[in-house]
Ligand binder design. Structure first.
Ligand SMILES: NC(=O)c1ccc[n+]([C@@H]2O[C@H](COP(=O)([O-])OP(=O)(O)OC[C@H]3O[C@@H](n4cnc5c(N)ncnc54)[C@H](OP(=O)(O)O)[C@@H]3O)[C@@H](O)[C@H]2O)c1
Length: 238
C-alpha cells in the first residue's frame, strides 16, 4: 500500500493506460478521480475501479472546464495525464485541422491541467506524463504524434525544475494493447501488432497494467524527478 489514503487524479482515466493506472492506484489504497470527455465511459470505468472513485467529464482543451474540475477535486496528491485526442496520418494527405488536436490535447491540454491543478497538490505530490517512441525516431504518419511525444518529455523536464519540490516524470511507452491502436492502425491492427511483436526482444506488445506499474513507481519513489522511464519491451533497441 505505497500510496494509502492519498488522492490520485488521472486525466484520461476512462480507458486504456489511464484506467489501468486508476485500478492499480485504487488497489494501493488511494482515492482515485478519473477525468475524460465521455461521461458514460467514465461511469463504466468508475464501476470497474471500485469504491472511493469519482468521475468528472471534461475536455482538457476547455480551460474553464479544467478550472471547474479542480474546484470539485479539492486537494490531491498525484496527477497522471494520459488524455490525448490522437490521430496519425501522412502530412500530404490530411489537413492541419485534423492533425492539430493530437498535439494540442497532449501539450496544451496537459499544461492547462497542470496550471490549474498544481496549487492544490499536497506536499510530496507528483506529476507523471506519458510519451512514446515516435518522439525519438521516425514512422510514416507520425510527425505530429512524434512532436507531441518529444514535447511532453521536454515539458516534464522543465516543470521538474520549475515546480520543485513537486516531482515531474514521464513514462515513455512502447506499443501497448489499448483502444488507441484501433485508431492508429485501423483495419491493419492485427497484422501490424504481429509484425511488431515478432521484432521486439520480448516477442509481444505491452499491457496497460505494465505501464501502470511504472507510473505507480514514479508516483511513489520520492527521489525520482525529471526522469523519462522507458517501458517498451526493448523496442528502442531494435
Ligand atoms: N497505446 C499505446 O501504444 C501508447 C504508446 C505510447 C504512448 N501512449 C500514450 O498513452 C496515452 C493514453 O493512450 P491509451 O493507449 O491509453 O489510449 P486511450 O484508451 O484512447 O486513452 C486516451 C484517453 O484520453 C481521453 N481523452 C482523449 N482526448 C481527451 C481530451 N481532449 N480531454 C479529456 N480526455 C481526453 C479519452 O477519453 P474520451 O475520448 O472519452 O475523452 C481516453 O479515455 C496517450 O497520451 C498516448 O499517446 C500510448
Amino acid at each position: 500500500m505505497r500510496l494509502a489514503n492519498q488522492v490520485v487524479v488521472i486525466v484520461g482515466g476512462g480507458s486504456g493506460i489511464g484506467l489501468a493506472v486508476a485500478k492499480l492506484a485504487h488497489r494501493e489504497g488511494t482515492n482515485t478521480i478519473i477525468l475524460g470527455r465521455t461521461l458514460s465511459k467514465l461511469e463504466q470505468a468508475k464501476d470497474s475501479i471500485g469504491e472511493n472513485t469519482k468521475a468528472i467529464a471534461i475536455d482538457v482543451m476547455d480551460e474553464a472546464a479544467v478550472t471547474q474540475a479542480f474546484d470539485k477535486i479539492g486537494d490531491f496528491d498525484h496527477l497522471f495525464i494520459s488524455a490525448q485526442d490522437a490521430s496519425t496520418a501522412s502530412l500530404s494527405t490530411t489537413t492541419i485541422e485534423k492533425l492539430r488536436p493530437t498535439l494540442d490535447s497532449k501539450i496544451w491540454g496537459a499544461l492547462q491541467v497542470v496550471k490549474h491543478g498544481v496549487s492544490q497538490m499536497r506536499v510530496g505530490g507528483s506529476i507523471t506524463f506519458i510519451s512514446g517512441l515516435a518522439g525519438r525516431r521516425g514512422y510514416p504518419g507520425f510527425a505530429v504524434a512524434g512532436a507531441a511525444n518529444a514535447g511532453i518529455e521536454a515539458v516534464a523536464r522543465n516543470l521538474a525544475v520549475e515546480l520543485a519540490p513537486i516531482r515531474v516524470n514521464t513514462v515513455c511507452a512502447g506499443v501497448i494493447d489499448t483502444e488507441m491502436l484501433d485508431k492508429v492502425f485501423g483495419e491493419k491492427r492485427g497484422e501490424i501488432v504481429e509484425a511488431i511483436s515478432n521484432k521486439l526482444p520480448v516477442k509481444r506488445i505491452g499491457k496497460p497494467e505494465e505501464i501502470a506499474d511504472a507510473v505507480l513507481f514514479l508516483m511513489s519513489n520520492g527521489f525520482v524527478t525529471g526522469a523519462t522511464l522507458l517501458v517498451d519491451g526493448g523496442d528502442a533497441l531494435v
